[in-house]
Design a protein around this ligand. Sequence first.
Ligand code: ZN
Length: 138
Amino acid sequence: MKSYRKELWFEVPNRRGLINITPQVDKCLRESGIKEGLVLVNAMHITASVFINDDESGLHHDYDIWLEKLAPHEPVSQYRHNVGEDNADAHMKRQIMGREVVVAITDGRLDFGTWEQIFYGEFDGRRRKRVLVKIIGE
Ligand code: ZN
C-alpha cells in the first residue's frame, strides 16, 4: 500500500470565505501516483471546514446568510467563548459545515458524484491556515 501526505496552506483575506480546492487535491492525487484508494481532506483548524458541494456562487452566498442566522458573528458579547476572543461563531460554523471529506479514487481520479467539488470553508480568516491531504491505496 502506498501512502501520501501533504499540507495545503490558505490565507483568506476576510473573516469568512470559500475556496474550491479540488484542483489542489487533484494535483496531490497525481503526485501520489495512487490509482485505487481513498483520499482524506481535513481542515487542521477548529474554525475552518472542508466540505463537498456545488461550485455555484448563489449557493455560496446562501450558505453565508444561513450560517450567519444560525451563529451570527455580532454581537460578539453573546458568546461565553469570546473572553479574550471573538471567534465563537466560527467554531459553530465549522461544526455545521464539517471537518473533513473522504473521496474514493478510481482509475487514478477523484470519483465524484455529479457537480461535487471540494471546498475549504474559512470562518475566522486573515491568517495562514492548513488543510491536510492524506491519500492511501495502490
Ligand atoms: Zn476560539
